[in-house]
Design a protein around this ligand. Sequence first.
Ligand code: GAR
Length: 207
Amino acid sequence: MLKIVVCVSGGGTNLQAILDAVEQGRITNGEIIAVISNNPRAKALERAAARGIPGIVVSPKSYPDREAFNEAFTAKVCGLAPDLVVLAGFLVRIPPQMVAEFSDRIVNIHPSLIPSFCGVGYYGLKVHEKVLERGVKVTGATVHFVNEGMDEGPIIAQKAVYVEEGDTPEVLQRRVMEQAEWVLLPKAIDDIANGRIAVVDDKVVSR
Ligand code: GAR
């Protein structure tokens, strides 16, 4: 049974999709052992509590500087000894020491088709604002392993979603979540938990 820690920052709809998938048997061979949030007010923590899953807050605001936070955050995750760490709307950069410790064992969901609309400054609603500003007709979501770069690790899965006339960032965000994120992330976790994918030469392959 794969032990999974989910990191969150806000609403937690992706966490909810994972919790539902576990409950409904769409993720097998995996259990969520804890949810970690940088934000004590994250609704995601309520979603975890509703399923009896421990919620842990590690906020950068509680530490004198980023290095102290990085060490505390990494120590907290390592103490839980997970097999997989899932970033489900976690808007804090993962400490380099943690990326090294969990090579090919951290996955992230990003609300665009990487390598478009990703990297520094592209997170949450901002991604959809930029998509609409640029006027692209197709966007989507990507699940990928996390490496030391920003949104640069090996891509596990992607799904395209059409932009529609009259979309606001909020409307587009919701469509990308419904059609792509909430489908892709649970499926990727199930694939990992059941040994169906591997990283070879920095690319994800089926096995
Ligand atoms: C999601 O759209 C997720 O893809 C995005 O934040 C949102 C969190 O929503 N993540 C990023 O932008 C990471 N760069 P949620 O809290 O409802 O799951």
